[in-house]
Ligand binder design. Structure first.
Ligand code: GLY
Length: 350
């Protein structure tokens, strides 16, 4: 199965997302696979057997969000110069979101931009991070604050790579699937509630549906001037949770799960979502053992940390809230007292 991502404003960037067993890829140029030791140990041989290139190199960077930084980026770039890469060369991102974001960013700045391909190996990157061209690295001020919108030439999603995924990593990907269903597609949400993504045929369908949703949204709004911001449902809260726990307690998707529960509580307070709908969403997250609670010891400090979010403009905090299941509202005029009051409800969370 394949989905095309078509950019309304820049057709030259259109590309295809293949959800299938990968066919052999042939390149008449230098190619570097950027990966980490864990993914390389599990799957590199499989990938190598499917790539033919003028010269093929493998560059590994350490595994983990803490290595998505300037140092790793420099290491990748140095390696490309060492191997005499030029403007016709191609990078392949082979791993999860960290590898995809860093590889894409390296491709965007190496000699002012070379082609790259995404071959995501985690559920989160297959359903979300690998599609849409958000690339970048973290710094001491926060996540993804240095980067570029830079689209891959193609995305190859092979669900076979998910067979070695740890349980928590799987759940983290499910959180992003739930995110897309809650904000854009009630039927998909109902379908998810009555199916089990541990079954491979159901998982393949959920990946396909999520990728189609993401492609449609990004094609309309590549630079996140409007509807793409909806893909950040749960993320405004999640980024604060990740920041407050030093990016070490929760996987990103786990923090998003808690963030969605917080956003839902705010949506219930504003009359956008019913208690019953909020509970249905929580039940679905808990079905995949995702965390749905977080103790906010100091709600005011939590609120103040929202200002680091990239979506904050002129000190106005943007909240993406569900409007029923299958709809959304983008709000940037919510009184801080209401938000802090909602955060108070999480003070006694365990
Ligand atoms: N992960 C959200 C986006 O790509 O916009």
């Amino acid at each position: 199965m394949q989905t095309n991502i078509g950019f309304e404003n820049q057709k030259s960037q259109d590309y295809t997302i293949y959800i299938d067993e990968m066919q052999k890829l042939k390149f008449d140029c230098n190619v570097a696979i950027i990966t980490n030791p864990k993914v390389a140990g599990l799957h590199l041989n499989t990938l190598l057997s499917k790539i033919e290139a003028k010269a093929l190199y493998v560059i590994t960077v350490p595994d983990g969000e803490e290595y998505k930084n300037q140092k790793s980026l420099d290491m990748i770039l140095e390696s490309l110069f060492n191997h005499r890469f030029d403007r016709s060369s191609v990078l392949i991102a082979f791993g999860g979101g960290v590898i995809g974001d860093m590889t894409g960013f390296a491709a965007s700045i190496f000699q002012r931009g070379i082609d790259f391909i995404q071959i995501p190996t985690t559920l989160l990157s297959q359903v979300d991070a690998s599609v849409g061209g958000k690339t970048g690295i973290n710094n001491s001020y926060g996540k993804n604050l240095i980067g570029a919108f830079y689209q891959p030439k193609a995305v190859y999603i092979e669900t076979k790579f998910l067979q070695t995924l740890e349980k928590r990593e799987f759940g983290a990907g499910v959180a992003e699937i739930v995110k897309m269903a809650v904000t854009f597609d009630q039927d998909f949400f109902e379908w998810l509630s009555s199916h089990d993504l541990h079954k491979s045929e159901d998982l393949a369908l959920a990946i396909q549906k999520s990728v189609q949703t993401k492609a449609k949204v990004v094609g309309q709004d590549e630079k996140e001037k409007g509807i793409r911001a909806v893909l950040n449902y749960g993320h405004t809260f999640a980024h604060v949770i990740e920041n407050m726990t030093d990016y070490s307690r929760f996987l990103h998707g786990e923090a998003v799960a808690i963030g969605m529960v917080m956003a839902n509580t705010l949506a219930v307070r504003l009359g956008l979502l019913s208690e019953d709908e909020a509970n249905k969403i929580k039940d679905l997250l808990q079905k995949y053992d995702l965390p749905t609670s977080f103790c906010i010891k100091d709600p005011k400090a939590f609120y103040d940390t929202f200002s680091l979010d990239k979506k904050t403009k002129n000190a106005k905090i943007t909240f993406i809230l569900p409007k029923g299941i299958g709809g959304f509202e983008i709000k940037n005029d919510i009184d801080s007292k209401i938000v802090i009051d909602v955060l108070e409800e999480f003070r006694d969370d365990v």
